[in-house]
Ligand binder design. Structure first.
Ligand code: ADP
Ligand code: ASP
Ligand code: MG
Length: 810
């Protein structure tokens, strides 16, 4: 014999019920089948809402009842072809009477509530059995209330094992080849209708499987089986093909709704294997739950969660001395019918913390205050504190006990994403580790843990890009081009979640389609930087990276707030790294404290690995003594191309048109841009340094400094063309090249135009090349050289990309 249970969605529509019939036709014939059905999906909720409305004299319950009757009659007629709904109407006449009683008395007792709820399963089981008969199957409908006997704990009654066993043993020889039972419902020994708790049809099936000595229990639902996490919260959750009873129990206890936790024990006791299968994909993969588990399996089998939890914290300096303190606490909670999901107690015994369902919070508080009234009034114990809007996450796996470092990895992963943990518990079975986090962090926490524990899985990076000029465009193009390869070869899922310019922004949590981001942004929402950041924070996605590809002061001023929200920042914008030393340190401090990263490789020499090389040297214990560098691709371009035949200004204009200058080329020509780069290098070499400490020898004639606008600047350059001609000729005479050199040596930092002779490494610098020489403890005789194109949209974009990948690979 097999027991097959079909859940709410599996019997939720005419089409679904037809699928059930197909499954039963395939399964029947060889052995007896016991079929347990839930109410049609949504019906139990509707019945509860109807009864609650009636109890508060909300007359709209009547039309809800009519709709419900209509829904069932329509399904019945469609399935059976029989237009006579007499049985269904009869049940509704009785149900209407009872609801009327509730309405008049304004009282809904648990007992009445159970009676009303029981109608859902009574209706569905009737309709299904009539349909199966019409389909030619040999079917009999049994009223579970005659066989499943419970205590009087209405709402969540306990099955009285001996009475139920006796009743079923008597029934067993008379069972038809397909016996249909309504799930969820039972009755007390006084024949009062009771229910087994929400989700209880699974339990009905498990009890029947145990007491009728079935060979197998099948739970048919709307997913392929038990998954590594709740698929509604974790889109990348995958199917578990084989788990132990214990694992299934832990997963379901901590929220995997697909199996009602009490239903595992009866199966375990009789060692009946449980299959979880999908009614809508009957031939597809599924889950098998059995006693033994595979030794080769992953340490963590799944990550469960319970969304609405409250934490009750009880503390007090004198708690240590109060005898049987925890006994009294749990007695009080148990008498108030409150289920404790988790407990943590500090070893100092100064406080104890219990996690309960949020709906129980109020009752728990009352029960505890009543129990400890005296101690509280004498200030031996503080008033209990309730923290609502919490969620529980549990890592589950039988193999965890043989492994060290799982909890370390768990809390490290959460910490890096700025998720703070309110309480922690580990079962002594070492089959689960449980943590409480704020409900607002639940989705992020689950997804980031899932990625970190299931290695085969794609790690998702969520990018927010502001600034879509030349570099921004190139960056988006590069990301689009690499996305597939990164996913395939490196398990990285790089998603741009938002793009913004100074006027508009466009968000898509699933990833912006980068083939048409321009149109999407054009039709995006009007936005300010504040609104943009508020939206990033509200989304609260894991592995978030804010990418600033502007030269804006306002945006640079937001980094700290972002870093403090555990959102990493990547930028070619030099402003933040070159303000005063204390703001620079603030940003560094924020990254340490909040687990975020602030990377700005492209601040110096575009995509060349200059800052990262220096960081690696520094981390590995090398010490930088001196730096010499040509850091402006723009200035190189100017001095490489200027030969006196064309005016200097026209070369500046050409460089600007080629995108080789800052938006305002005066920043390049004044030497300020090089000074900023040098400042960053000095700071990243581990020294405290300010902009004023850099000596600047400008090559511009005095009149060309501090011009009011760009046009005046160009005019003044032309007026002083002789000055540039002279610089050029003097160098030419000596066979030297002109280079703006940034240097740092013996505590002196300087930016100046120099003539470099033929043998100097700076002599041969093509086009927009940059070069940096690091003289270090280890690179003593010959400096370490980094050289290559140091300006241009494509190389800058690739430097930004490299920073993103550095964060992803952490
Ligand atoms: P039924 O009506 O068939 O009893 P339920 O709604 O009670 O179905 O349970 C199935 C649902 O449980 C799935 O649709 C899924 O969204 C949810 N669920 C939560 N956690 C898990 C998990 N770890 N594995 C599978 N499903 C899960
Ligand atoms: N119909 C009941 C519920 O919705 C029982 C079940 O579906 O298992 O909770
Ligand atoms: Mg269920």
């Amino acid at each position: 014999m097999k027991v097959l249970k079909f859940g709410g969605t599996s019997v939720g529509s005419v089409e679904a019920i037809r699928k059930v019939a197909e499954i039963l036709k395939k399964e029947s014939g060889q052995e007896q089948l016991v079929v347990v059905v839930s109410a049609m999906s949504g019906v139990t909720n509707t019945l509860i809402s109807i009864s609650q409305k009636a109890a508060v004299r909300d007359a709209s319950y009547e039309s809800n009842l009519q709709d419900l009757e209509e829904k069932h009659c329509t399904a019945f007629k469609e399935l059976t072809g029989n237009s006579n709904c007499f049985e269904i109407s009869k049940l509704f006449v009785r149900l209407t009477e009872i609801c009327r009683g509730v309405y008049l008395l304004r009282e809904l007792t648990p007992r009445t509530s159970d009676y009303i709820q029981s109608c859902g399963e009574r209706l569905s089981s009737y309709i299904i059995s009539e349909y199966l008969k019409k389909e030619g199957l040999q079917v009999e409908l049994y009223d579970s209330r005659k066989y499943l006997i419970t205590d009087k704990k209405f709402g969540s009654a306990n099955v009285l094992w001996q009475s139920t066993k006796a009743a079923l043993q008597e029934l067993k020889p008379q069972l038809a080849s397909i016996s249909v039972f309504p799930g969820f419902i039972a009755s007390t020994s006084d024949n009062e209708t009771s229910t087994l708790g929400r989700g209880g049809s699974d339990y009905t099936a498990a009890v029947l499987a145990n007491l009728l000595q079935a060979r197998e229990l099948q739970i048919w639902t709307d997913v392929n089986g038990l998954m590594t996490s709740d698929p509604r919260l974790v889109p990348s959750a995958h199917l578990l093909e084989h788990v132990s009873y214990e694992e299934a129990l832990e997963l379901s206890h901590f929220g995997a709704k697909v199996l009602y936790p009490p239903s595992i024990q009866p199966a375990l006791d009789a060692e009946i294997p449980i299959w979880v299968k999908n009614t809508f994909d009957p031939e597809g993969p599924s889950t098998l739950v059995t006693k033994e588990w595979d030794d080769e399996k992953q340490t963590i089998c799944g990550i469960s969660s319970i969304q609405d939890v409250a934490l009750v914290n009880l503390s007090g300096a004198s708690m240590v001395g109060i005898p049987s303190f925890s006994y009294r606490l749990f007695k009080a909670l148990s008498q108030a019918n409150i289920n404790v999901i988790m407990i943590t107690q500090a070893s100092s015994e100064h406080s104890i913390c219990v996690g309960i369902s949020k709906t129980d919070a109020h009752a728990a508080l009352e029960a505890i205050i009543e129990e400890f009234e005296q101690e509280i009034s004498l200030h031996k114990i503080d008033e209990p504190v309730v923290d609502e809007d919490q969620s529980i996450i549990a890592l589950v796996g039988s193999h965890m006990k043989n492994q060290v470092g799982i909890s370390g990895k768990m809390f490290n992963t959460l910490g890096r994403n700025g998720i703070s943990v309110k309480a922690i518990a580990q079962g002594s079975s070492e089959r689960n580790i449980t943590a409480v986090v704020a409900k607002a962090d639940l989705k992020k926490a689950l997804n980031t843990l899932h990625e970190s524990f299931f290695l085969s899985e794609l790690k998702k990076m969520n990018l927010f890009v502001v600034g879509v000029g030349n570099v921004g465009r190139a960056f988006l193009r590069q990301v689009q081009k690499q996305q597939e390869l990164l996913a395939r070869e490196f398990n990285l899922d790089i998603q741009v979640v938002a793009v913004a310019n100074s006027r508009k922004s466009y968000f898509n949590e699933e990833g912006v389609d980068l083939t048409k981001w321009e149109q999407l942004l054009e039709h995006g929402n009007d936005s300010t930087i504040e609104a943009f950041i508020a939206q990033i924070k509200a989304l609260n996605l894991r592995n978030s990276i804010f990418i600033d590809i502007t030269a804006s002061h306002t945006i640079a001023a937001t980094y700290r707030e972002l870093l403090e929200s555990s959102i990493s920042v990547v930028t070619p914008n030099k402003i933040a790294a070159t303000r005063d030393m204390s703001s620079y340190l603030d940003l560094k401090y924020a990254t340490k404290k909040y687990g975020s990263q602030f990377l700005f490789e492209t601040n110096v020499a575009a995509g060349l690995p200059v800052i990262s090389t220096m960081n690696e040297l520094f981390k590995s214990g090398d010490r930088i003594h001196a730096i010499q560098a040509v850091l402006s691709g723009t200035l190189n371009f100017l001095f490489n191309n200027y030969d006196g035949k064309r005016p200097f200004s026209s070369i500046v204009k050409e460089a600007r048109a080629l995108g080789l200058t800052e938006p305002d080329p005066r920043l390049d020509l004044s030497g300020e841009d090089v000074m900023r780069k040098l400042l960053i290098l000095i700071r990243e070499s581990g020294r405290k340094w300010e902009m004023e400490q850099i000596e600047q020898v400008s090559f511009l004639p005095e009149a060309c400094k501090n011009t009011p606008d760009l046009n005046t600047f160009y005019e003044l350059l032309d007026a002083h063309e002789d000055h540039f001609l002279e610089l050029y000729s003097k160098a030419k005479e000596k066979g030297a090249q002109l280079r703006v050199v940034a240097s740092f040596q013996d505590g002196v930092a300087k930016v100046a135009l120099e003539q470099v002779a033929l043998h100097h490494p700076f002599y041969f610098l093509e086009g927009k090349d940059n070069i940096v020489l690091f003289h270090t403890e280890r690179y003593k005789e010959q400096p370490l050289v980094v050289k290559g194109a140091g300006a241009g949209a494509e190389v800058t974009a690739s430097g930004i990309f490299a920073d993103v990948l550095r964060i992803a690979n952490q």
